[in-house]
Design a protein around this ligand. Structure first.
Ligand code: MRU
Length: 350
């Protein structure tokens, strides 16, 4: 049996009151660890994508809320709660699309409110336990997603993924990559194809890196090669992650995902969305309501080039996510099961 490559994506040093992450903006060239202790550093780490991927953002935000609470210097509960709310709102404004951020911060707030009249050290301990639980649940969810997804895959399959929904984006295993890791352990011999994922190259820099490190058979291609790749018959299934799933199944994920889904439909290739239940937002009816982050145009024109590769002053359209229509999704795979259309995550029976 081959070893699964384990990355502790988000770690808490409770003695030093720091969160430890690997700076994902430096991969694959440099494995630089960051130790963060200030709430401004937590905000920046999420905004700059030093930590990224919906579930990892949620886990990180939970630890950030705990450490921000530890830094509040007061014995008075009213003052503590006022400050805690400020920190929570600030962290929540770091990125808009992945619902795991507000979901995790909401869980932390609920726990704090449950202990509203307790001494502050008791509140802090409850916050720490909740953050650790969120991380543990994420790891378990990812494993279960992989087991569920694996039931849909056959040995020798060619699997395409987009962006990084891997171990680096979660507590362990990843979501879209979980079945790849489990299949690899069990000798399935998958052939993995990674879209490079312009403009920030999460596929090339992160997915290709972590899967190749784990010893898998990985091939990298540019995003605009997806039609040629699918036409060649090398892809048996597509597995992608998600940042927010609306009640009707419309799914926001990294920009370009909807293109992959559209081309997959053209070639009758199953398109699977993998994610924990924490990424499903039953409060949102359709994808039209999902807030889409727009990022700096420099990411497109100059960020990865030695010299600028577009005219100075050119207008740039740079949405970080797009919405894949539910009609293009074969199934949504979560830790609780495999959901087929018609999706109805807003309903009480789902
Ligand atoms: O901008 P990013 O890198 O945070 O975008 C990440 C994605 O789109 C992932 O596919 C998604 O968050 C799922 S991660 C398991």
């Amino acid at each position: 049996m081959k070893e699964v490559h384990i990355t502790e994506t988000v770690a808490l040093d409770d003695v030093a009151k720091q969160i430890i992450i690997i700076d994902q903006t430096k991969l694959p060239n440099e494995r630089r660890m960051l130790r963060l202790s200030l709430v401004e550093e937590f905000y920046e780490a999420i905004y700059l994508l030093q930590v990224r991927g919906a579930p990892a953002i949620g886990v990180f935000a939970a630890f950030a809320a705990y450490l921000a609470a530890c830094s509040i210097d007061t014995d008075e509960n009213d003052v503590f709660f006022e400050e805690f709310e400020k920190h929570r709102n600030y962290l929540n404004s770091s990125r808009p699309t992945a619902v795991n951020l507000s979901w995790a911060l909401g869980r932390m707030e609920k726990v704090a409110i449950m202990h509203k009249s307790d001494p502050i050290p008791v509140i802090l301990d409850a916050l720490k336990q909740e953050a650790l639980l969120i991380r543990q649940e994420d790891e378990q969810a990812c494993r279960a997603i992989g087991e569920n997804a694996l039931t849909l895959l056959k040995p020798g399959y060619g699997l395409l993924t987009h962006c990084n929904a891997g171990a680096l984006a979660t507590s362990r295993y990843g979501t879209a990559t979980s079945a790849m890791y489990l299949g690899h352990e069990r000798g399935y011999g998958f052939h993995i194809y990674c879209d490079e994922t312009r403009p920030l190259l999460q596929g090339a820099r992160l997915t290709a890196y972590e899967l190749a490190e784990a010893g898998m058979d990985v091939t990298l291609e540019c995003d605009n090669m997806v039609g040629a790749l699918m036409a060649s018959g090398k892809v048996d299934a597509v597995l992608v992650g998600c940042d927010r799933v609306a009640a009707n199944g419309d799914t926001a994920n990294k920009i370009g995902t909807s293109v992959v889904a559209t081309v997959a439909a053209r070639y009758n290739i199953p398109f699977y969305v993998c994610g924990p239940m924490s990424t499903i937002d039953p409060a949102i009816a359709t994808g039209a309501e999902i807030p889409i982050e727009e990022r700096n145009g420099d990411e497109v024109t100059s960020m990865w080039y030695e010299k600028r590769m577009a005219p100075e002053g050119i207008k740039v359209f740079n949405p970080a996510f797009d919405v894949t229509d539910h009609s293009l999704i074969t199934a949504i795979i979560t830790e609780t099961g495999i959901y087929y259309p018609p999706f109805g995550f807003g309903r009480s029976d789902s």
